[in-house]
Design a protein around this ligand. Structure first.
Ligand code: ATP
Length: 910
């Protein structure tokens, strides 16, 4: 069965809801399986065409679009014209190898990012075959009946058939940031897009309320599909750090070219070189000093970080988050489901007639009630009535996924209420039939209650309410007493019971009811007043075991963990203590936050561990207050109203399972397992990525600087050059693409989570790094010139043989230096340090092979004017490398001991 085309004369918004549904050959119960299959094959999946990526050729050519490369290409032409063919070919090889490496790395990084997008495939709630099911958005077809609620992203263009306070944020489509109120009545045929209130457009976000609509268009035929070129495009591969590095690289290139020009003049006028020869030397110097490969290596480092985070269930939506995570100094986390398991069980029932306990685990509808002494007990009328409110004021469903394994569809707390009703021997099916639901007010984190209106078995109607106990108490005037009599409310008694259960870490809900002689037409908030309080139920939701370890890890890493929860202060405080967040966690409530001025809030926020009974607005103020003190704040969220604080936080983290699409859109990171420990794992990866970027830089700059300085010194001092221009180019080509790149794959250094967080504004080129560049460069100069002098004067070798030794010693030094840099903070000369990662070993094998070829292959000898090196000389070079390593190790230890550079001590410079 295929859906007929859109009626040409009447657009969807001008049809009545029923007409639209009928035209699409759908109905209340939704489509059946066969219709879905047919329509899917006719209309195709509900997806926008993949954004066009630059083709491979364009991406390859883009690698050459860089001032330095132009300079190099110009030099190659010049070299060729001057008859230096070998030099010209080697320059072209340098350029070519760099472009290929850049091309491959960028491609891999882009692939990694698009794979992440696929992992975040959104879902839609639809009615099919009379049942509510959740399907991937791609599987939605015209005629499907879609359910919308706050925080959902509208999966396709819908003609709304029923709405309840539905507000939709259509800014992606119209640019208008005010949410639009939707209605189900038809609109004039010529109404503008923004005025078609009967429609919900694909890609827009539900800001509040609920709705239901029939799909009229999917995929590219939706309104957003018509204008979309940008939506869903791959995130750009740039971050603040990368921009900082690019700026630095440009500045460095400029300075190097300026320096090269001066050297050229010195060489030609001061040292009597010919123009052509001088130019070749200077070109080689410029090529060797400019870190042209650096941005590409750093991009791959970030991409590897993103991949590692994804494998630990943290999906990075925006690349800069990788860097920021590493600098996180405060994590503000939700409680339920993130720090706790969100596996609720109802444990304690408190009514006017006393306390009962429920036995049984999980959601299995088996178990029993016992009294305080542990003796089996029957539910009295009051307890039965309390459980009935919980059973019927409830949207969850339990099902047996495997024999004996019960799962909940919907809110775990509501699932626990269903299991409790079974343990208390209530007959859920009969009750549901007797008390047919007429209307409802869904749970809302702002109002903290849920209400349902039911037909009463003997005429009239009854209202059931459940919610945060103090909220429900405030709406009650009486309480359920013995013999079905309502008596005056005694709030203090209930408050004491709430505190007792809360102090045990129980999450407490209050329940109430109200009878109506005649059923009201519809339920609205004004009817939820003057209620009869039925009692309390306490739930246990144990902390996640891994969260306890993760909290401890944060404490050692100098990261403050704060809990921001909608739950009661006593419950939240007890759970915080169980998690080890503090000995006696400082707890404040949303009301306290409200009463504190912006000026005083930072101090309060800093010393508080638990914020209870907060609303999303409080969250936003708390983030701002913490940031005003210079903290880098990671904040979790799941609801539609969390979007502003997720955007405000330095790293907004949304829950992948529990979270709404709105929260995910606003977040930079999405956790696919909703787990606090995952955030800490991501911070650890973030720190590793930053360390690795620093390692790449710490390795690249001095090695580039050292060889350049050696030649410049020889040139200025009028000595014979220790290496030729073409040899410099060779070193640069072989090393830049192997050793430097291997650092991108480094695992976390031991103790990475025992350091304080780095200051967010810490410059990449810290004083320690600058010192390293100078110190190591000087060691390189000494080694290169020293080996050259030794070879000529003491060993009596000719120029070419001496130069071969110098090229080889530079490579040896670079390899040893790599091992030093792998541990910026710890000792490098350890069995562990000597082992190396596969990437490091591969890179070294590559360099060794290349050097053997360079030294011993006859055609290479011809090309580069090299000579075979005797074994004994080779060993001397290795000894030079070992000495170099020892000197650097002593330097690192000495600097650490003397505390010259703060960063080496792992303390955060505030
Ligand atoms: P967190 O913010 O850490 O996830 P939370 O789940 O307790 O904590 P909310 O979901 O905002 O936060 O809930 C706030 C309060 O509203 C809860 O403590 C509970 O008292 C009440 N509540 C939660 N879910 C429901 C529900 N389905 N029906 C009625 N009341 C609820």
């Amino acid at each position: 069965m295929a859906a007929p085309p859109v009626p040409p004369s009447n657009p969807w918004h001008a049809l009545s809801a029923d007409e639209a549904v009928a035209t699409l050959r759908s109905g209340e119960a939704g489509l059946d399986e066969a219709a879905v299959r047919d329509r899917l094959s006719e209309y195709g999946p509900n997806a926008l065409p993949a954004p066009t990526r630059r083709g491979p050729l364009l991406r390859f050519l883009a690698q050459f679009d860089n001032a330095l490369i132009y300079f190099l290409l110009g030099s190659a032409v010049l070299a060729f014209a001057l008859g230096h063919r070998v030099d010209a070919v080697v320059i072209l090889l340098v350029v070519g190898v760099n472009a290929v490496v850049g091309f491959v790395q960028e491609g891999r990084a882009e692939d990694a990012l698009s794979a992440l997008h696929a992992m975040l495939a959104p879902q839609a709630h639809v009615w099919r075959d009379g049942r509510r099911v959740t399907v991937p958005v791609e599987a939605v077809v015209p005629g499907d009946i879609v359910l919308l609620e706050a925080g959902d992203k509208v999966p396709a263009d819908l003609r709304l058939t029923r709405v309840r306070g539905l507000l939709v944020d259509e800014s992606v489509l119209t640019g208008e940031s005010m949410a639009v109120e939707k209605r189900s009545e038809p609109v004039a045929p010529d109404a503008a897009l923004a005025d078609r209130h009967a429609m919900a457009w694909s890609g827009t976000l539900v800001a509040a309320g609920q709705g239901r609509g029939v799909v009229v268009a999917t995929g590219a035929r939706t309104e957003i599909g018509a204008i979309s070129g940008l939506i869903g495009s791959v995130d750009s591969l740039t971050t603040p750090l990368l921009r900082q590095i690019n700026r630095f690289a440009r500045w460095f290139t400029g300075a190097a070219l300026g320096g090269a020009l001066v050297l050229l003049l010195v060489a030609v006028y001061g040292r009597g070189y010919g123009w052509a020869e001088g130019l070749m030397i200077v070109v080689a110097l410029a090529v060797s000093i400019v870190p042209e490969g650096l941005p590409a290596v750093i991009t791959i480092t970030l991409a590897i970080g993103v991949r590692r985070m994804a494998s630990r269930h943290a999906i990075v939506r925006r690349l800069p988050a990788v860097e920021t995570l590493g600098a996180t100094s405060v994590i503000c986390s939700d409680k339920t489901g993130t720090l706790t398991r969100n596996e609720m069980s109802a444990r304690r029932l408190i009514t006017r007639s006393g306390v009962l306990f429920a036995e049984g685990t999980g959601y299995a509808p088996t178990g029993r009630l016992v009294d305080a002494a542990g003796q089996p007990a029957m539910a009295d009328t009051l307890a039965a009535e309390l459980m009935r409110v919980g059973l019927l004021c409830n949207d969850a469903r339990l099902h047996e996924a495997a024999p004996g394994e019960w799962r909940v569809d919907g809110d775990p707390m509501e699932g626990a209420l269903l299991a409790l009703a079974a343990r208390g021997a209530l007959d859920g099916q009969t009750d549901a039939r007797l008390y047919r639901r007429l209307d409802e007010i869904p749970f809302d984190t702002e109002t903290r209650y849920m209400a349902t209106l039911h037909a009463a078995p003997h005429g009239g109607a009854v209202l059931f309410v459940k919610g945060a106990p103090e909220r429900v108490l405030a709406m009650c005037s009486r309480q359920a007493g013995p013999n079905d009599n309502a008596e005056p409310l005694a709030p203090e008694v209930w408050q004491a019971a709430i505190d007792t259960a809360g102090a045990d870490g129980e999450r407490v809900l209050g329940f109430a009811w109200q009878r109506f002689e005649t059923a009201p037409e519809r339920l609205d908030a004004t009817l939820v007043a003057d209620l009869v309080f039925a009692g309390l139920i306490g739930f246990i939701d144990p902390p996640r075991a891994e969260a306890i370890d993760a909290v401890a890890e944060c404490r050692s890493a100098g990261i403050d963990v704060k809990m921001i929860t909608g739950d009661h202060a006593a419950t939240a405080g007890a759970i915080a203590a169980q998690l080890g967040m503090a000995e006696r966690p400082a707890v404040v409530t949303g009301a306290d936050v409200q009463a504190t001025s912006d000026a005083d809030l930072p101090a309060l926020a800093e010393r508080t561990t638990v914020f209870a009974r907060t609303t999303p607005e409080h969250k936003l103020r708390i983030v701002r207050a913490l940031q005003s003190d210079g903290s880098v704040v990671a904040m979790t969220g799941d609801g539609v109203n969390d979007a502003p604080s997720l955007k405000q936080a330095d790293v907004g983290i949304a829950m992948g399972n529990k979270g709404t699409e709105a929260a995910k859109e606003a977040a930079q990171v999405v956790l696919t397992d909703d787990n606090f420990a995952t955030i800490v794992a991501a911070v650890r990866e973030g720190r590793t990525v930053y360390d690795n970027i620093r390692k790449v830089i710490a390795w690249t700059l001095p090695t580039n600087g050292g060889q350049t300085l050696a030649i410049a010194a020889a040139l200025v001092l009028g000595m014979t050059l220790p290496v030729t221009a073409v040899q410099i180019l060779w070193i640069n080509m072989v090393l830049a693409v192997s050793l430097g790149l291997s650092l991108a794959f480094e695992p976390a250094e031991p103790g990475v989570m025992q350091r304080q967080p780095r200051a967010p504004d810490a410059p990449l080129l810290s004083p320690f790094m600058l010192w390293r560049v100078v110190f190591v460069s000087i060691l390189f100069v000494i080694a290169a010139l020293g080996v050259f002098a030794w070879a000529r004067d003491m060993r009596g070798l000719d120029e070419a043989a001496a130069r071969t030794l110098v090229v080889n010693v530079i490579c040896v030094l670079e390899i040893f230096y790599l091992f030093n840099v792998r541990y910026l903070y710890g000792r490098s000369i350890t069995p562990h340090g000597a082992r190396g990662t596969p990437a490091v070993l591969l890179a070294i094998a590559f360099v060794a092979l290349a050097q053997f070829a360079f030294t011993y292959l006859p055609w290479m000898q011809l090309l580069f004017d090299t000579r075979a090196v005797a074994l004994a000389d080779g060993l001397v070079l290795i000894c030079v490398g070992v000495a170099f390593m020892v000197i650097l190790e002593i330097e690192k230890a000495l600097l650490q001991r003397l505390g010259v550079f703060k960063e080496l001590s792992g303390k955060r410079a505030r």
